[in-house]
Structures are given as C-alpha cells and as structure tokens.
Design a protein around this ligand. Structure first.
Ligand code: FES
Length: 99
C-alpha cells in the first residue's frame, strides 16, 4: 500500500507516514497529532486544518465539507476538515481555529 507523509507545521509533532486511504481522522486518532476531533461527520469544525499538498493535488471537498468550510474558514482556500479528508498524497498540515 502506498505511504504518504504528514508534516505537522508549526508544532513539535514529528512527521508520520501513513497508508493511503479514506479519512485521515482514522489515522490521526491512533497517532499522536495536534488535530482534535468532535463530530467526525463534517459538521462541527473542530478538526479544521490548513493543508498544503507536498506532491500532486488533493481531492476537492464534498458538499458537506465545503458547506462547513464556508462557515468556519470562508476566505482560506487551504482549509479542510481532517475528518473528511482522504489521504491521497503527502501533505503538510496546520491546526487552525474556526471563525
Ligand atoms: S470532527 Fe467535526 S467537522 Fe471534523
């Protein structure tokens, strides 16, 4: 299975390598990470992060994630919800606060 790096920007958390697959939340819950989760369904915005792909592109947000992002981080084009993001490439991520 293909592995992807997760670089945690602006934190002392070490880079991890995780297998490609659905929902980053499943992996980050098991690993030590700065990302906290609430609803895990794309509604609460607790897992709001700023993501930069390190290679390739990320899949676009589905409708529910896009709707929540317009409320939580309307002007941040890098904002994503970790609980809704499929891991398809190496990324750097930073926990950000909701508006
Ligand atoms: S944990 Fe609630 S939106 Fe991700």
């Amino acid at each position: 299975m293909k592995q992807h790096k997760i670089v945690f920007t602006d934190t002392p958390f070490e880079t991890v390598e995780l297998p490609e697959g659905p929902f980053l939340a499943d992996y980050l819950t098991a690993k030590n990470s700065p990302v906290l989760f609430g609803c895990r369904s794309g509604i609460c915005g607790t897992c709001l992060i700023e993501v930069t792909p390190l290679e390739g592109d990320l899949p676009s947000p589905e409708n529910l994630e896009a709707e929540t992002l317009t409320l939580c981080a309307p002007s941040n084009l890098k904002a994503r919800l970790a609980c809704q993001l499929n891991l398809t490439t190496s990324i750097s991520l930073k926990k950000i606060k909701s508006l």
